[in-house]
Design a binder for this molecule. Structure first.
Ligand SMILES: [Zn+2]
Length: 373
């Protein structure tokens, strides 16, 4: 797993995390649970603990009542716990490092805590008397991730918390008033849409989370195949999900199917260095031009890269490098349609929806593994 939040006092702009396997990153579960019960300060910063029954994550030293062993999940960083669908505890404030965060950062966290389903844009910040550019800069400097990425992770984290529960009939659960006092219902519905009463699961897109050393991913598939595979903090992910839902005319419910089972197994093998090629039923939604570009991306061998112009030539549209760039950017089947293997003509990595640091790590991983395979 990865560490996105810098733990030292020098928060680099985009600190690349390390890919597993580099040996165990966490002490044993028994050791951590003992440390948790003892509120052992020696484990401060070593692990964070998510409490499944409350959806909250804590420092080991938190003074709150300790959860039962079967209800805890351990994380190496606050960021992983956050992407695991947990929200920071208000008692031990596991997102805060020492010294205390700037006042403006505290205000932002409180505002999101009060309603995790809201989106605080520049206008909202200005209305709160906060200068947006100062807020952005300070948040990023303190946590090493942008305020936008934090808000996205919180919204999707709540929705994914439900995906993890994996109950097939979401509607029943919502109607049952589960967490009805919080913004959970709004958050889930905003991200995944409202399931109609009595919807059959085979009409739906099924959503499943997949954990990787580069962060949590969301996979969506129906009977035709895999429709989406993205890192949950990807820029614009909620918009893409909404678009997909509209174009397929369907709803999204937590669950799994053979395509998602195969995806999870192959993504795991990819990061473990056991394979770099994917053999999955893909059902990408896009225009004929986008489909041609995506097919061309699929022919780039692992460990290799191409320029946008080379892909343009390959799809019979020489000179259309910009259009290829747009089609590349609109790919929502990360890894399996390897848009990360397209780089600028001068060798620069250029953009990547999941962050340039991930693109760099993926290319390094593929280069290293393809030599060994
Ligand atoms: Zn706590």
């Amino acid at each position: 797993m990865i560490r996105i939040l810098p733990s030292s006092a020098s928060p680099a702009a985009e600190r690349p995390p390390r890919l597993a396997p580099a040996g165990p990153r966490l002490p044993s579960g028994r050791q951590m649970y003992r440390a948790l019960l003892a509120r052992d300060p020696a484990y401060e910063g070593v692990f964070y603990v998510g409490v499944k029954t409350t959806g909250i994550f804590c420092r080991p030293t938190c003074r709150a009542r300790k959860p039962r062993a079967e209800n805890v999940e351990f994380f190496a960083s606050a960021s992983e716990a956050l992407h695991g669908g947990y929200r920071p505890c208000r008692l031990c404030r596991p997102m805060d490092r020492v010294p205390a965060p700037p006042a403006v950062v505290t205000r932002l966290l409180r505002a999101v805590d009060a309603d995790p389903s809201i989106r605080l844009g520049d206008k909202n910040l200005a209305a709160m008397g906060i200068d947006p550019s100062t807020a952005r800069r300070q948040f990023r400097a303190y946590y090493g991730l942008t305020f936008q990425a934090y808000q996205r992770a919180r919204r999707l984290g709540r929705a994914l918390h439900e995906v993890r529960a994996g109950r097939p009939v979401l509607a029943a659960q919502l109607d049952g008033g589960w967490e009805s006092t919080s913004g959970f219902r709004e958050a889930f519905l905003r991200v995944f849409g409202k399931p109609p009463r009595g919807a059959r699961t085979d009409d739906c897109l099924l959503a499943r989370r997949i954990d990787t050393p580069l962060g949590r991913m969301l996979a969506l598939a129906d009977g035709r195949g895999l429709r989406l595979l993205e890192f949950v903090d990807r820029r614009g992910l909620e918009r893409e999900i909404a678009q997909l839902r509209r174009r397929l005319g369907c709803v999204i419910v937590p669950g799994t199917n053979p395509a998602l089972d195969a995806t999870a197994a192959q993504v795991r093998a990819y990061f473990a260095g056991e394979r770099l090629a994917f053999d999955l039923p893909l059902a990408p939604v896009g225009s004929p031009f986008q489909q041609r570009v995506w097919a061309a991306l699929g022919r780039i061998a692992p460990g290799a890269t191409r320029s946008y112009a080379e892909i343009a030539a390959e799809v019979g549209r020489p000179g259309a490098a910009r259009a290829v760039g747009r089609a590349n950017g609109s790919n929502i089947l990360s890894l399996v349609i390897p848009c990360h293997r397209v780089i600028a003509a001068d060798g620069a990595l250029s953009g990547y929806g999941g962050g340039v640091w991930r693109k760099r790590r993926l290319l390094e991983h593929e280069k290293a593994v393809s030599c060994k395979l």
